[in-house]
Design a binder for this molecule. Structure first.
Ligand SMILES: C[S@@+](CC[C@H](N)C(=O)[O-])C[C@H]1O[C@@H](n2cnc3c(N)ncnc32)[C@H](O)[C@@H]1O
Length: 252
C-alpha cells in the first residue's frame, strides 16, 4: 500500500468531524433528484448493455447500494482510500486513489462521485483519469459542496476528555498536506488529523473537467441540496452545493 494512501486515509467513522454514522449520505431526495436521473440517462445512452458504474470515493457505498439493489441491472464498483469504510461493505471494492484508477481504459458506462472533490488537489488529473476509464458516451455525475478556501484540521486530544483544541492549518497542495501531516503524526495518538480540503467551486470544476476531456451538460434538472429533514454531509457547514453532469464525447 502506498505511503500516500496511508497518509490521505483520514476518515475515522465516528471521528471529530466525520461522523459517518450520524447522517445518511444518499437519502430519498438525493436518490430522486440525482441517482434516478443519472440511471435514466445511462439507460437511454446504453439501452442494450448491462451497465457498469464506478462509485468513486464511495465512503460507505450508499450510492453503490442503490445501483446494485434496485434491479437496475447495474454492477457497481466501490473505490475509496478508506480501509475502514471499505471493510464495512459487500460488493466489488477497491482501495485506491481517485486520481490513479486501477482500471483499464473504457471500463465503465458511468461514474458517480459525491462529496469527495474537495479532497482532490489536482482536479484536472482526476478528470483525465475518469475520462480514460469511461466508455465513449459515458456519463459522470459530480456532487460537491463549495469550499471557498483550503485547509485541514488537527485535533489535539487530552486523555479522558473530549476534544481539547483544534487548529485549522491552511494548505494549498497535496505536497503541502503530506509534509504537514507527517509532521503532526509525530505527535502520535494525542492528535487526529482531518483530510485535506482544497478550494472547490462549480466553475473551476467545470473548467478542470473540460481540460480532462469531459463535456459539461448544463441541466437544471441536476440540482440538489440536502433537505432539512434529510441531513447529509455538512448540512450545518457550507450550505452551497452543486451537481455537475459530464459526458465523455464519442469523438475526440
Ligand atoms: C465525505 S466522504 C463521501 C463518501 C460518499 N461518496 C458519500 O457521499 O457518502 C469522502 C470520501 O472520500 C474518500 N477519499 C478522500 N480522498 C480520496 C482520494 N484521493 N481517493 C479516493 N477516495 C478518497 C474518503 O475516504 C471518504 O470516504
Amino acid at each position: 500500500m502506498s505511503e500516500r494512501i496511508k497518509l490521505l486515509d483520514r476518515y475515522v467513522l465516528d471521528g471529530p468531524s466525520h461522523g459517518y454514522t450520524e447522517t445518511s449520505h444518499c437519502g430519498p431526495s438525493y436518490q430522486e433528484k440525482v441517482l434516478e436521473r443519472f440511471v435514466k440517462h445511462l439507460k437511454q445512452r446504453f439501452p442494450k448493455s448491462p451497465l457498469r458504474v464506478l462509485d468513486l470515493a464511495s465512503g460507505l457505498g450508499e450510492a453503490a447500494d442503490f445501483f446494485d439493489n434496485r434491479q437496475h441491472h447495474i454492477s457497481s464498483v466501490r473505490l475509496d482510500i478508506s480501509e475502514i469504510a471499505l471493510g464495512l461493505q459487500n460488493g466489488a471494492r477497491v482501495r485506491a486513489l481517485a486520481t490513479e484508477l486501477p482500471f483499464k481504459d473504457e471500463s465503465f458506462h458511468g461514474i458517480h462521485f459525491k462529496d469527495a472533490l474537495v479532497h482532490i488537489d489536482d482536479k484536472t488529473k482526476l478528470f483525465k483519469e475518469t475520462w480514460r476509464v469511461l466508455k465513449p458516451g459515458g456519463y459522470m455525475v459530480v456532487a460537491s459542496k463549495v469550499i471557498p478556501m483550503g485547509g485541514f484540521a488537527v485535533h489535539e486530544e487530552e486523555k479522558n476528555e473530549n476534544l481539547k483544541n483544534r487548529w485549522d492549518v491552511f494548505i494549498d497542495s497535496e505536497e503541502n498536506y503530506l509534509s504537514l501531516s507527517k509532521f503532526f503524526e509525530g505527535f502520535g495518538s494525542l492528535i487526529t488529523i482531518d483530510p485535506p480540503y482544497y478550494e472547490t467551486h462549480q466553475k473551476s470544476t467545470v473548467s478542470s473537467a473540460r481540460k480532462g476531456g469531459l463535456w459539461f451538460l448544463n441541466s437544471k434538472s441536476f440540482s440538489w441540496r440536502p433537505a432539512e429533514d434529510q441531513p447529509d454531509w455538512h448540512t450545518n457547514g457550507p450550505a452551497d452545493r452543486f451537481v455537475v453532469f459530464l459526458s465523455k464525447p464519442t469523438v475526440k
